[in-house]
Design a protein around this ligand. Structure first.
Ligand code: ATP
Ligand code: MG
Length: 339
């Protein structure tokens, strides 16, 4: 395993109380694998990767039973060693709103050159050659290295950030909403480029987005996150062919095929719970048409339902009838929060 996260929790202290933004997430990523995490806005996706990358604000508290990278516990590493040994060299990030992450006063190519030279002792000339190669890899003309960010479109800036993330050939590239905010054609082009890059590099990718079509196109395995927790985790085919969690069943209605394009996770009536305070049961129970009293009272345990297929639900014994009912529209209209 390249990355192995066990029982990760992140809490934000706020004036209203404690927000349990990530509440016991366990996942792992193998070498050369793309793991996609999909979930609605606010479910804790960015918080999860900020915890991994040590980018959380001071109001956040992170705990984990395990946070292993290449077999090494990251939690005992000092911030200094983390920045020196892990950040960018081993794990790089294409941040959410990466489009705005370039410094407006420097040429784009120079920014990538400097990012490389900040980590490895290499002559400017060689770094420039490397950046030219990276620009080429992400589909930017090398002549654009001498342009300024304002001369770039949103899609071009996103490509530049992807080039930056690739620059030091890290073992893991984390991408937070890499195509969100771009128009559909540009999104498609970036995804195609990412797929191309993917087949050429050894790096693993942790891809986070609310857009399940992007996840479907890119991922080997998929995790479905909801209100701070992972509801289901499985190989991409298994997740789409035989989903187990009611939330995934609901999503599947909106995405009948793995090739479904350009849709968002908005098919289930109601909205996620407030993450302030205690949520003793399953966080999905308020929207779940199959909820029984136990679902509000007790947190379900993660259960293996097949090889590499993990689900957190109290009602797994009733999967056949849930699957049958989930395909009927009325099932979802009559769910509690839709009333
Ligand atoms: N600095 C913060 N202080 C307090 N609460 C926060 C902070 N940052 C995020 N949150 C809350 O934590 C929860 C998770 O937010 P997060 O940004 O991780 O979600 P997300 O899944 O990345 O959403 P999006 O799809 O909109 O990017 C939300 O309820 C959010 O309001
Ligand atoms: Mg986010």
């Amino acid at each position: 395993m390249l990355l192995d996260i066990r029982d990760l929790k992140v809490r934000y202290a706020t004036g209203q109380g404690t927000v349990k933004a990530v509440d016991g997430v366990s996942l792992s990523i193998a070498e050369n694998e793309v793991l996609g995490i999909a979930g609605e806005s606010g479910c804790g996706k960015t918080t999860l990767i900020k915890a991994l990358m040590r980018l959380l604000p001071g109001t956040a508290t992170t705990t984990a039973e395990r946070l292993h990278f290449k077999g090494r516990e990251l939690q005992t590493l000092s911030d200094r060693d983390f920045r020196k040994q892990i950040l960018w060299n081993e794990i790089s990030l294409v941040p959410q709103s990466a489009m705005n992450s370039l410094d407006p006063v420097y040429r784009v190519g120079d920014q990538v050159v400097e990012a490389i030279r900040a980590h490895i002792d290499t002559p400017r000339r060689e770094a420039r050659d490397r950046v030219a190669h990276l620009f080429d890899a992400v589909g930017l003309q090398t002549g654009l290295m001498d342009s300024y960010p304002h001369e770039f479109s949103g899609g071009m800036r996103q490509r530049a950030m992807i080039a930056m993330a690739l620059a030091l050939e890290p073992s893991l590239i984390v991408m937070d909403e890499p195509t969100t905010g771009l128009d559909v054609l540009v999104q498609e082009r970036i995804i195609r480029k990412l797929l191309e890059i993917r087949s050429e590099i050894e790096s693993s990718i942790l891809l986070i987005t609310h857009d399940i079509s992007v996840i479907a196109e890119m991922s080997d395995r998929i995790g479905i996150m909801y209100a701070g927790r992972l509801m289901e985790l499985a190989a991409a085919e298994d997740l789409f062919d035989t989903p187990w969690h009611p939330y995934t069943l609901g999503l599947k209605n909106a995405f009948p095929s793995i090739r479904a394009i350009d849709r968002e996770l908005i098919s289930i009536p109601g909205s996620p719970p407030n993450l302030l305070g205690d949520l003793p049961g399953c966080t999905f129970n308020g929207r779940c048409p199959f909820a029984v009293p136990a679902c509000a009272a007790e947190r379900p345990v993660d259960t293996d339902v097949g090889p590499g297929h993990r689900v957190s639900c109290h009602r797994l014994d009733d999967i056949e009838s849930m699957r049958a009912r989930a395909s009927e529209k009325t099932t979802w209209q009559s769910s509690k929060s839709a009333a």
